[in-house]
Design a protein around this ligand. Structure first.
Ligand code: IMP
Ligand code: MG
Length: 185
């Protein structure tokens, strides 16, 4: 396994900035959902670290559930636009205040597909919270209610986001120098 030090271009968002912004988002969400019990739906696997930190800053009662989607072919760096639901929710969301928690919105196809899928189950409300937004790369318009950071068009890793399934454990977001990165065989 490569040491990330060998190919990191820069630390794009430090651990401290991530944690500060996530606490702000938690406070904002708590205000907006006052008197409600939001049901946070995390998209596996990238959103896991974000969800875990975010809920610690949410002061209204809340519940969580998970779903998984796949869009990239092996080794690919961008979506094919063909998004499949690979793991469905455990709980029924009918009449619930659903808040989707995602790591990053890139082309927008993943979120767009998931929103259409969830709408058919008639939640009371449906909102989107993403840690990162690569605005320039959008191919389909998607509503984003809460966003941690808008970032430039760079491939990033760490804090839940993977590079060929690795480096999700890093506490910061790093940008890859693609000339120096060798995918594992
Ligand atoms: P979209 O469908 O193009 O919006 O892609 C969203 C998904 O692609 C995210 O949920 C991530 O899993 C993945 N993704 C997009 N950009 C990056 C990145 O820079 N690093 C790691 N994963 C990414
Ligand atoms: Mg993801």
């Amino acid at each position: 396994m490569n040491d990330y030090q060998d190919f990191i271009e820069e630390v794009l968002i430090s651990e401290e900035s991530l944690q500060r912004r996530i606490s702000e988002l938690g406070i904002e969400i708590s205000k907006d959902y006052e008197g409600h019990t939001p049901h946070l739906v995390c998209i596996l696997r990238g959103g896991v670290l974000f969800l875990a930190d975010l809920i610690r800053h949410i002061t209204v009662p809340n519940t969580i559930d998970f779903m998984a989607v796949s869009s990239y072919g092996a080794g690919a760096r961008q979506t094919t636009g063909q998004v499949r639901i690979t793991l469905d929710l455990k709980e029924d969301i009918h009449n619930r205040d659903v808040l989707l928690v995602e790591d990053i919105v890139d082309s927008g196809y993943t979120i767009a597909t998931v929103l259409e899928f969830l709408k058919t189950r008639h939640p009371k409300s449906l909102k989107v919270c993403t840690l990162l937004d690569k605005v320039e790369r959008r191919e389909i318009e998607v509503p984003i209610d809460y966003c941690g950071f808008k970032i430039a068009d760079k491939f990033v890793f760490g804090y839940g986001l993977d590079l060929d399934e690795l480096y999700r454990n890093l506490p910061f977001i790093g940008a890859v120098n693609t000339d120096r990165y060798q995918p594992p065989d």
